[in-house]
Design a protein around this ligand. Structure first.
Ligand code: SF4
Length: 210
């Protein structure tokens, strides 16, 4: 895909949704971090249902740590993999309290040292909580980047690096939200809705649907 097309795609996505953000509900970087840890292999809707009950009761490292693993499980047991997520969240809270004065670190190294936080989660926090141009490539972004030709790559790291290199600077902060939302609601895995897609004329996918 050439530069001009890529730019036009992001201009359209921006015009359609000028202030995109995550669908996870949060009010602080800590709440976002916990929501993202809980969202692995789960839906944002499911995580929001749980955190709407959890956060009014506990939304700091100290308060969640005080719940303990079993106490936390009561709030998140509707979310997949809740046993291991509860363990990771409690360990993460302990590290935040002991090593970071209960403040979420704004660098990749410290974020990835937290249990339950991998590269993708760190990228979400760096981008969404701290406004850094990080690209959290999930299954939706991977698919959209490859189908459209915006940034094709064999694996998520490949796509992440290409997006960071190829997306025009002015769109870098918001690009990952636009691509996730586009993949979730329009360029769906099984049946992309090409007929009602706002970038259909720019997309280079060969098997477009009606
Ligand atoms: S035209 Fe189809 S394949 Fe291309 S981005 Fe739109 S929905 Fe996806």
């Amino acid at each position: 895909m050439n530069k001009e097309k890529r730019r036009l795609i992001f201009e359209r996505l921006r015009e359609n949704n000028p202030h995109p953000t995550t669908e996870l509900e949060y009010t602080t970087p800590f709440e976002l971090l916990i929501a993202v840890i809980l969202s692995a292999q789960a839906t944002d809707v499911g995580v929001n249902k749980a955190t709407r009950k959890l956060y009014p009761v506990a939304n700091t490292p100290e308060a969640i740590y005080a719940l303990g693993v079993d106490g936390l499980k009561e709030y998140i047991k509707t979310i997949g993999l809740f046993n291991s997520k509860a363990e990771n969240v409690i360990k993460t809270c302990r590290i935040l309290i002991d090593q970071h004065n209960s403040v979420i670190p704004d660098n990749r190294e410290d974020l990835e040292a937290l249990p339950g936080v991998g590269r993708k989660t760190a990228n979400v926090i760096l981008n969404t909580a701290f406004g850094q141009p990080a690209m959290a490539v999930d299954t939706h972004i991977f698919r959209v980047a490859n189908r459209t030709g915006i940034a094709p790559g064999k694996n998520v790291l490949d796509v992440e690096k290409r997006l960071l290199r190829l997306v025009p600077r002015e769109f870098l902060i918001d690009a990952h939200h636009w691509l996730i939302l586009h993949g979730r609601y329009v360029c769906k895995a099984r049946k992309p809705q090409c007929g009602s897609c706002i970038i259909e004329d720019l997309c280079e996918y060969r098997d477009k649907t009606e």
